[in-house]
Each structure stands twice: as structure tokens, then as C-alpha cells.
Write a protein that binds this ligand. Structure first.
Ligand code: PAF
Length: 287
């Protein structure tokens, strides 16, 4: 597996492959790879001739009081996992490589889609995500790009950007990968101590309760949200950031009673660690 640290190196690697008509899959990550990323890499390796995993802790998507400095940086083990799951190259640029000047171009999706859910408490987050993902798309020009449903709002925002900017690629949004006990895999799970790790199970438990009610015919979003809150509030270490329901695609206000597909998304602080999880209520259920 090849490690590229510069844009020029990656482009030089990909150019002959494209000339030969080979397909390229891109898996953008911030590193600290876990089985969730592994499933994206494996999907890309199955569906493309060549898979590139980008590992870049993107400073522009972190707010001033967020965990940029503490974010785990584990390039060596990331390369090992990427290779094991079938990646052909890892692209790990420096901050200066990706943001060479203080004067810079932003790519921003505006409107409710970036203001609701995580956008409420992280007002600059999605602008940072779309800016870096657009750069990665322009550098690697992938045929397919892979993201996880765990970051459901991110996936919706990137879908919007791809459509609006006419990126010529296929977005593949892959299902949430969970631990055996239900906790959604996340790089931030490593911050949890044993007690918090146990407490964090309230997230998937609360979504399962909503799914159960939905399966039994409940279509009132307020009732479903209240049921989720009740489960979360019963956990002393949990502090709710949001519990919300929006119609997908697009994160529009949901119909009442609910029809079609709706995203039930939650963000909860367990100790100092903010975790997110979600389930799509409708034809497809992912929890
Ligand atoms: O989901 C992530 O890890 C990041 O938001 C992404 C898409 C790699 C952009 O930095």
C-alpha cells in the first residue's frame, strides 16, 4: 500500500490508472480508523479497481472549544487497518498542504440542512466539512466516495453539495456499524471510561424504543421524541444536546403524522464526550 503525503504525489499515482479506465473509490476520514471505517474501505475495495483512504484531521470543521488538539492521531495503525481492508493508498496531507493560505475559498451549503441538529451547536462545522470534502473530490476525482450513515446530517449535506456543484461521482452512504451491545462505532468512543462506556448504551437503547413504537404504528413525532428523551433522561451520565426528527432526503420539517422516510437523530453528552446516533424511520431501519 502506498502512502502519499502531497497532492502532487496522489495525482501522479491516480493519473495513469484513470487513463487505463480504472475506477477509483475515495474514503475520506479523519483517521483513528475503526471497524466502521473498515466497512467503508471494504465496500470501496469491492466496488472499485483502486481505493484511496484520506486521513486528515480537518481543522476547519472544529469550533474553538472543540477537541481538535485532543483528536486521536494514529497514522501507523490507520495505514495497517486501511491495507487490511483492501485500500491501495492512504493520502495523509499536512494542514499546510490542504490549506496553503490564510486567504481561502470556502464551500458552504446554506439553509436549514446545515442549521438544524448538529448545526445548532456547531455553526461552522459543516462549512469545514464541505470545504475539505470538495478539495478531496477535486484532488482525487473519485468515481465513488464513501461515507457512513452514522453522520447522517453530514451525508445529507454532502449529497446537496455534490448535486449543486455537479461533482461527477457516485456517493455511497453505508450503514452504521455497531458494537455487539449496540453502541455505534466512533473514534470518540475511545474517550469514554468504563462507566461512561456502559452509560453510552442509552443512545442505541433510546432509538430502539422509538423504532419499537414506530413499528407498532406510532406516527406522532412528538410522542416518538418524548419516548427517546425518557430513555436518555433515565441515564444519570447522559446530557441531551438534541433529539429531533426531520424528513429525508433534505432534512425538511417532517409531515405530521409521519409519512415517508424520516431521520430520528440524537446527540448526547456522556461525561465530556459528545456522541451522535440515528435511525431512519420508514421503509429502511438502520438501528
Ligand atoms: O466524517 C469525517 O470523518 C469527516 O467529517 C470527513 C468527512 C472526513 C471530513 O473531514
Amino acid at each position: 500500500m502506498i502512502l502519499c503525503k502531497s497532492i502532487a504525489e496522489l495525482r501522479a499515482l491516480l493519473k495513469p490508472l484513470k487513463t487505463q479506465g480504472k475506477t477509483v473509490g475515495l474514503v475520506p476520514t479523519m483517521g483513528a480508523l475503526h471497524a466502521g471505517h473498515g466497512s467503508l474501505i471494504a465496500a470501496s475495495a469491492r466496488e472499485n479497481d483502486f481505493t484511496v483512504v484520506s486521513v486528515f484531521v480537518n481543522p476547519t470543521q472544529f469550533g474553538p472549544n472543540e477537541d481538535l488538539d485532543a483528536y486521536p492521531r494514529t497514522l501507523e495503525s490507520d495505514c495497517q487497518l486501511a491495507e487490511k481492508m483492501g485500500a491501495n493508498a492512504v493520502f495523509a496531507p499536512s494542514v499546510h498542504e490542504m490549506y496553503p493560505s490564510e486567504d481561502m475559498t470556502w464551500v458552504e451549503v446554506t439553509g436549514n440542512i446545515t442549521k438544524v441538529l448538529c448545526g445548532k451547536s456547531r455553526p461552522i462545522h459543516f462549512r469545514g466539512v464541505t470545504t475539505v470534502v470538495a478539495k478531496l473530490f477535486l484532488i482525487a476525482a473519485p468515481d465513488r466516495a464513501y461515507f457512513g450513515q452514522k453522520d447522517a446530517q453530514q451525508a445529507e449535506v454532502i449529497k446537496r453539495m455534490v448535486k449543486d456543484l455537479f461533482f461527477d461521482l457516485e456517493l455511497r452512504i453505508m450503514p452504521i456499524v455497531r458494537e455487539e451491545d449496540g453502541l455505534a462505532k466512533s473514534s470518540r468512543n475511545t474517550y469514554l471510561n468504563a462507566k461512561e462506556r456502559q452509560a453510552a448504551l442509552c443512545l442505541s437503547r433510546s432509538l430502539k424504543e422509538a423504532e419499537r413504537l414506530y413499528r407498532n404504528g406510532e406516527r406522532n413525532p412528538e410522542v416518538l421524541k418524548k419516548a427517546v428523551r425518557n430513555v436518555l433522561n433515565a441515564e444519570p451520565l447522559a446530557e441531551i444536546d438534541y433529539v429531533d426528527i426531520y424528513a429525508v432526503p433534505g432534512l425538511k420539517e417532517p409531515a405530521v403524522p409521519l409519512t415517508g422516510e424520516n431521520l430520528l437523530a440524537i446527540a448526547v453528552k456522556i461525561g465530556t464526550t459528545r456522541l451522535i446516533d440515528n435511525v431512519v424511520l420508514g421503509d429502511i431501519t438502520t438501528c
